[in-house]
Design a protein around this ligand. Structure first.
Ligand code: C2E
Ligand code: CA
Ligand code: CA
Length: 657
């Protein structure tokens, strides 16, 4: 205070000082209060809004805005504001080099009117208009630019003062730390939520992975069709069962089950029906088991059972129950039919000390059961030494097909009304270097199973036709019956193949009979009927083989172009003693005759059966009593010496042949 001052001046000066002091106190209060309010806040938008409000009050601005540099550092956005029109501007983004904010950013210095003096001529002209009404200070983080605080239009004055500039600069330096903290926090929160999202994605993926793994395991270890354990799992379960049995010192029964004539169902009714059948069979089998037992499907129509602790008696009882469970007819696609099964049983440790051996021996026993039509068979080590495995058999058969190693034997058929030998059934024989003559009951099922039967049947037909032609050339009027597989009948190429063979044989007189089993009734009628009719026109006649063993009704038969019924030998062989069999044979003969069919009885083993059949009106007969199946030369010897007269062709026909 100088001595030159007048008392009035001093008074005024004092008042001004007091006013300034009060202002400073007020400002200080505001700064402190802002620092407090902002210091505890972490949400960036809240922080910025607090700052905008306090700053506007601090410098008495009509409008206050806070532009903040964007993450990309190329634009700034008005993130908060207060006062007139602020609402409209908040959220706007502008290029960084644009406007006052751009200037502040470039120069890292505050802007206010006083700046104009420091500007170049050009810049001054450019900024002068805005300069008076605008003040802006930079917000600096730790060494880098965050944005700024801008006041527009000083309330009640022309322009912002240096005092305002200083205050706002101080204010900015105070709050910039809070802003930076909030920014860091926002980044942290973002990272955290990203991490959480990632974590949740990860756990989602993890749970999906677990599901997929479970699904994979299911596919790898369970049969998709029946839901039963598959071969892999059965082997594993068996291994576990054997370990447990070894510890507990008890035995384990292992059963191999193979359905009989499943392939025919599959071929004639289609795969869907076959699948249905397998499902139903697996349900019936499962119902027979205790919870400690396991049933699995090994593939195709093969099932395996593991029965820990089963004695021979119990195993036999369970096998019997399994077979019995199949007795009730299956109903699939409105068809009713039954399938049988063959079961082989082997025991740990007696028949094998490890998984592979027990399974192999159960398989062998099953194979014997199948061959002998035994239902089930217990493994017998002595029998085994003669039993070739089915696999090597299949390999040998393939080779035999290529080399045409098969032979044909012929069994005479007698007409009971005339006493004449009118035809033969061609029965295949397989002479094997190590196994001797392998019976068709052993190798035909394998041919069926592997599909080789189709080519085999064509060979048999060709052979039969050739023999028929030879005999006709010799003046013998003999029909030749060949056994046909359903697989051939269902093969669309078959009619042409057969017609081709017939043409090549150049028979003077038709003489081919094809024997088909009852499963022909299962098939789509119209399709098979079409094929049979077509071939009938080529001079082929059809005979239903093994009649009575299947579940067909004669009424269905009526609709097929079939001329002959062969009563199965199981009814014929005991018909003398067994009244039921005799009744079946008699009624079959009567019914067949009513339908205009001829009847042949097979398996005739003695004179009295032959007489009984003749009395019943049976048309024809075949069996060991008349003759066993014979190789060609023996057959020739037979017809020279037999009491049966042999059908001869009229001379003219024989010569032309
Ligand atoms: P199948 O068609 O029922 O043939 C009759 C079978 O009964 C023949 O057995 C025959 O030797 C036998 N047999 C004939 N008379 C008597 C008898 O009085 N008593 C007894 N116990 N048996 C008699 P085989 O030759 O062992 O043939 C068995 C089966 O193999 C045949 O049964 C047939 O289903 C099949 N088979 C044979 N050859 C062929 C063939 O070339 N193709 C096809 N697809 N199957 C064939
Ligand atoms: Ca036959
Ligand atoms: Ca037969």
């Amino acid at each position: 205070m100088s001595k030159a001052e007048l008392p009035g001046d001093r008074e005024r000066r004092l008042q001004e000082l007091e006013q300034a002091l009060s202002d400073r106190e007020h400002e200080l209060e505001l700064l402190k209060e802002t620092a407090n309010a902002v210091g505890g806040q972490l949400d960036l938008d809240t922080v910025l809004q607090l700052i905008a409000d306090r700053a506007r009050r601090l410098i008495q601005a009509e409008t206050l805005l806070i532009p903040i540099l964007d993450e990309n550092c190329r634009e700034y956005t008005y993130r908060a504001g207060a006062g007139k029109n602020a609402e409209e501007i908040i959220g706007e983004s502008l290029p960084l080099n644009y406007g006052v904010c751009g200037w502040v950013w470039r120069h890292r210095r505050p802007w206010w009117r006083g700046m104009l003096d420091e500007l170049t001529e050009v810049e001054r002209n450019r900024w002068e208009r805005e300069a008076g009404t605008l003040i802006m200070v930079p917000l600096m983080g730790k060494g880098h630019f965050l944005g700024g605080i801008a006041g527009i239009n000083k309330i009640g004055a022309e322009e912002f003062s240096r005092q305002d500039l200083n205050l706002l600069t101080l204010f900015a330096s105070q709050v910039s730390i809070a802003i930076e903290n909030a920014m860091a926090y926002a980044e942290l929160a973002k990272a955290k939520s990203e991490a959480e999202a990632y974590q949740s994605d990860l756990s989602q993926l993890n749970s999906e992975l677990t599901t997929i793994n479970k699904e994979l395991e299911r596919i790898a270890l369970y049969d998709q069709l029946t839901g039963l354990p598959n071969r892999l799992l059965i082997q594993d379960r068996l291994q576990q069962a054997l370990f447990a049995a070894q510890r507990g010192n008890y035995q384990v029964a292992v059963m191999m089950v193979d359905l009989d004539s499943f392939k025919e169902v599959n071929d004639t009714l289609g795969h869907d029906a076959g699948d249905q059948l397998l499902k139903q069979v697996s349900e019936r089998f499962s119902a027979e088991l205790r919870h400690t037992d396991t049933v699995g499907r090994l593939g195709g129509d093969e099932f395996a059972l593991i029965i820990p602790g089963a004695s021979t008696e119990i195993a036999a009882q369970i096998a019997g129950n399994l077979l019995k469970s199949l007795d009730t007819e299956f109903e699939i696609e409105n068809m009713r039919f039954s399938v049988g099964a063959s079961i082989g049983v082997a025991f740990y440790p007696e028949d094998g000390a490890d998984v592979a051996t027990v399974l192999k021996h159960a398989d062998m026993a099953m194979y014997i059961a199948k061959r002998n039509h035994d239902g089930f068979t217990l493994y017998n080590a002595e029998e085994d030494s003669f039993q070739p495995g089915r696999l090597t058999m299949a390999t040998d058969l393939r080779q035999a097909m290529v080399n045409r190693e098969f032979d044909m034997h012929y069994q005479p058929k007698i007409d009971l009304r005339t006493g004449a030998l009118y035809g033969v059934e061609a029965l295949a024989r397989w002479p094997h270097s190590e196994r001797g003559f392998v019976r068709p009951a052993e190798f035909v099922p394998i041919l069926e199973h592997t599909g080789m039967i189709r080519a085999f049947s064509l060979w048999a037909i060709e052979r039969g036709l050739h023999q028929c032609a030879v005999w006709q050339g010799m003046g013998l009027d003999l029909t030749v019956a060949v056994n046909l597989s359903m697989q051939n009948l269902l093969d669309p190429r078959f009619p042409d193949q057969l017609i081709n063979l017939i043409e090549r044989a150049k028979l003077p007189k038709p003489g081919l009979v094809l024997e088909i089993t009852e499963s022909v009734f299962l098939s789509e009628h119209s399709k098979v009927r079409g094929v049979l009719s077509l071939l009938q026109k080529q001079g082929v006649s059809f005979s239903i083989d093994d009649f009575g063993t299947g579940h067909s009704s004669l009424s269905r038969l009526k609709k097929l172009p079939v001329s002959e019924l062969k009563i199965d030998q199981s009814f014929v062989k005991d018909m003398e003693q067994d009244r039921d069999d005799a009744i079946i044979v008699r009624s079959t003969i009567d019914l067949a005759h009513n339908l205009g069919l001829q009847v042949i009885a097979e398996g005739v083993t003695n004179e009295s059966t032959l007489r009984l059949l003749t009395d019943m009106g049976c048309d024809m007969a075949q069996g060991f009593y008349i003759s066993r199946p014979l190789p060609v030369d023996e057959f020739h010897f037979f017809i020279e010496n037999t009491r049966w007269k042999v059908n001869k062709l009229p001379l003219s026909a024989a010569r032309s042949g």
